[in-house]
Ligand binder design. Structure first.
Ligand code: DUT
Length: 145
C-alpha cells in the first residue's frame, strides 16, 4: 500500500525527503540549519518540513542510531510524536537536542528518522477493585540472565 504525504519545505537549500526502498522504511530527516552547541546546551533543531499526514496517522521521530556517535546529541523527548493536527504551513518539525559535548551540526546532516503510525483505538477506562489475574512480579523480577 502507498500513502501520499503533503509536504511543505521551509528551506530551499534542504535536500528533499526520500523514501528509500529495501533498506528501512523509516525516513531520514535533516537539520535545516547549521547549529553549533556547547556541552549541556539545549536547542530545538529545525527540520525544515511541515506535513499533512494521511488521515488517521501520526508520526514518530527518533534519533538515527549513529546520531550520538556523530554529533554527541540526545533527543530530549526520546520519541517525538507529531500529531495529525500539526499540519499548518508553519507547523515545522523540530528535533529537541541536548548536547553532551561541544558540537556542530551542519545544514542537511541527517540527524533523525520518522515513520507514520496509525492512531490507537479510542480508549475507555473501566475501574475495578481487582483485575482477577496473578501478579507477574515487579520490574526486574526475571533477573538479568
Ligand atoms: O520531537 C518532536 C515532538 C513534537 N513536535 C511537534 C509535533 C507535535 O504535534 C507538536 C506538539 O507536540 P506534543 O503534543 O508532544 O508537545 P507538548 O509539549 O504537549 O506541546 P503542545 O502543547 O503543543 O501539544 O510538536 C516536533 O516537531 N518534534
Amino acid at each position: 500500500m502507498q500513502q501520499t504525504i503533503k509536504i511543505k519545505y521551509l528551506n530551499d537549500q534542504l535536500e528533499r525527503l526520500e523514501y528509500i526502498e529495501n533498506k528501512s522504511d523509516w525516513i531520514d530527516l535533516r537539520a535545516a540549519e547549521t547549529v553549533t552547541m556547547k556541552a549541556g546546551e539545549f536547542k530545538l533543531i529545525p527540520l525544515g518540513v511541515a506535513m499533512q499526514l494521511p488521515k488517521g496517522y501520526e508520526a514518530h521521530i527518533v534519533p538515527r542510531s549513529s546520531t550520538f556517535k556523530n554529533f554527541g546529541i540526545l533527543q530530549t523527548n526520546s520519541t517525538g510524536i507529531v500529531d495529525e493536527s500539526y499540519c499548518g504551513d508553519n507547523d515545522q518539525w523540530y528535533f529537541p537536542a541536548l548536547a553532551m559535548r561541544d558540537t556542530q551540526i551542519n545544514l542537511n546532516d541527517r540527524i533523525c528518522q520518522f515513520r507514520i503510525v496509525e492512531h490507537q483505538p479510542t480508549i475507555k477506562f473501566h475501574e475495578v477493585d481487582t483485575l482477577g489475574n496473578e501478579d507477574r512480579g515487579g520490574i526486574g523480577s526475571t533477573g538479568v540472565q
